[in-house]
Write a protein that binds this ligand. Sequence first.
Ligand SMILES: *[C@@H]1O[C@H](CO)[C@@H](O)[C@H](O)[C@H]1NC(C)=O
Ligand SMILES: *[C@@H]1O[C@H](CO)[C@@H](O)[C@H](O)[C@H]1NC(C)=O
Ligand SMILES: *[C@@H]1O[C@H](CO)[C@@H](O)[C@H](O)[C@H]1NC(C)=O
Ligand SMILES: *[C@@H]1O[C@H](CO)[C@@H](O)[C@H](O)[C@H]1NC(C)=O
Length: 707
Amino acid sequence: MKPPNHQTISFFLIFNFLLSSFPHLQATAAAGGDGATTIAFATLGRSSYAFDIYAIPTNRPSKEIRLTDGKSVNFNGFFPSPSSLSVLPQLPNRPDPTTHILYITERNGSSKIYLDALYDTPPLTSGSRSMLEFPTESTNRLQVNLLGDEQTGGRVSMKDKPSLVGQSLIYVSTHENPGQPRASWAAIYSTQLTTGSTRRLTPKGVADFSPAVSLSGVWTAVASFGEKGWGGEVQELDTDIYVFLTRDGSSRVKIVEHGGWPAWADDSTLYFHRRCDDGWWSVFRASFSTKDGQLGVESVVTRRLTPPGLHAFTPAASSSNKSFIAVATRRPESEFRHIELYDVVSKKFIDVTRPVSPNAHHLNPFISPDSGWVGYHKCRGASNDGKDNNDLVLENVRSPLPNVSLFRVDGSFPSYSPDGERVAYVKFPGLFVMNNDGSGVRNVLTRTAFSTAWDWKRKGVVYTSVGPTFASESTKVDIISINVDDEDLSYKQLTLGGENNAFPSPSPDGKWVVFRSGRTGHKNLYIMDALNGETGRLHRLTEGPWTDTMCNWSPDGEWIAFASDRENPGSGSFELFKIHPNGTGLQKVIQSGLGGRTNHPWFSPDGKYIVLTSDYAGVSAEPISNPHHYQPYGDIFVIKSDGTGIQRLTHNSYEDGTPAWSSKYTRPTNVEWPSGRSKCSFDDCHWLNISPNKVSSSSNKKRQCAH
Ligand SMILES: *[C@@H]1O[C@H](CO)[C@@H](O)[C@H](O)[C@H]1NC(C)=O
Ligand SMILES: *[C@@H]1O[C@H](CO)[C@@H](O)[C@H](O)[C@H]1NC(C)=O
Ligand SMILES: *[C@@H]1O[C@H](CO)[C@@H](O)[C@H](O)[C@H]1NC(C)=O
Ligand SMILES: *[C@@H]1O[C@H](CO)[C@@H](O)[C@H](O)[C@H]1NC(C)=O
């Protein structure tokens, strides 16, 4: 490898050098010309994920150090080896950095890969000098955005699980559309940092996750669906482990059937996780031979390492001390996910995070090259000064559409008033209204409600459904209208029977409300009088032994879009349809492959487009590497109202849903809650059951779980 030279440094000048005195993010005034609009959506639990990366010494697990800067959401870290750091510029008048940390950050609304160099100050005397011992709150941090717009062409994508090998950055990105519904866009790329040239390492039409590069840099291992694609799994993915040459993705071979999250100890030893037939997630080792640049696929020996009785997953290996690995665990006696070391010789676990922070979830460990530190991420909680808690009312999400500004709302079922000035949303258990800049939040209903919509004619009138979500046809849910400008917030009950009447959407002439109701034993669509509800007038719009739901009336009054499972009732699969309010013209708008889901349609203000949530892009990461999401696949998409021209707006591994479209453009900027109160109250994966059931062997995949 060539030593750094002036070229390297000038190359880095085109990378955004972000010193830690990062100026507060300012959106450009240029965006949002004529016809520009705004889409708001919800992400399950996301407002609690103020992650930072921390590390603890492996030999005295007592002291925890925060490595990232307490801004935004930072996760999936990696300690680069000293030899790969020659790509970094030498700063004049600076000592050598004490450590480097590579990680994913979501600052300023998109997924990025940052490399931070951390410096000691004042320089410690050699006697007391030890890696990572410095105040991370200092200004002694250099941040480099490794994939700026120059390298990505301004494309929006999710990035994940970065490694730095020589001068190449290896990572997951979702910027290429495989052109198939229900296919994951996640693939592995390699970007040469000195030239910016990027190469796809995953074959076309295949999705790869969780890449790990071997110590020599020669091999990369991934979890992959291979040719079979995503089958709709939301817990353990049906992946196998593949290995290929990091150089160009060639010599790709399946090395282990059934497994995920590979980690290399050396070029012939891989660790990975797998859910066993006894129900426990366990870490396995695969050993094989590597000769003359060939992998001995026939010689692979796999062995279960961690025993039943606890879940152990997302392994990390150390290249300098092969006697231990790091894993995340869920033990029956704890509600929290912890990082532990596992001594592969003595077969003993050693606590890492439990003594330091017993009541927090810790995710995705990684080990420093000298094996002295184990890193992981966890929620940072509230900072002392209440700043940078990432506690946002509205989070600016970078939009791939230049004339649409995109926001994540800290709540669900947002909807905009017809003038775009106000937002109604639900945060269980209550209904809230605020200005579109996040100010003036008011709780206007304290009961459990879901879905919101504003009347087009009567100012301040908001419709909602009161009762539980995801409930049966006979559950007591009724539609009400509230005048939020009314001092006493009087409301009117519009449906009476309580048979799961929900998802109200008013007609633009202000006369009608379309909604779904389970009154016949099936959820179908009905239209009622907007002022007096079903006692005023009621007619049935759709009829059949299936579910029609999530309806939205177009701004020109001509169409009602809705989600339906009518083609396969009860299957859990939903497609979008539209129908004229007089019951004619039924059309299917879009379907996300066989058995897929498209839900929550909402027309654009000009009626030409529909925004929706769908599993169209499959999953983007192994669900076990994230907090809990019921459906770890929802992304927000825009289609033309005839169903063509699908465009993906969000790229992440979270569950994004309930989008709504506003006629007004809102400047892309984050809005913080006035009083910072970071909660860290997110759930670990619900299906990490502490008394797991045996996994049925319906598939013929090998679970090989015996010791
Ligand atoms: C933040 O994002 C906005 C657009 O979403 C962009 O205009 C602005 O330049 C970004 N700021 C930084 C510091 O990257
Ligand atoms: C390797 O790790 C084990 C387990 O933490 C430890 O007991 C041993 O001393 C380490 N060996 C070296 C050479 O650091
Ligand atoms: C964005 O603007 C272009 C050009 O004005 C227009 O053709 C397109 O329909 C707009 N897209 C949306 C989603 O509004
Ligand atoms: C139903 O409504 C559509 C759209 O408004 C209209 O084109 C059509 O003529 C109507 N059909 C009947 C039978 O009224």
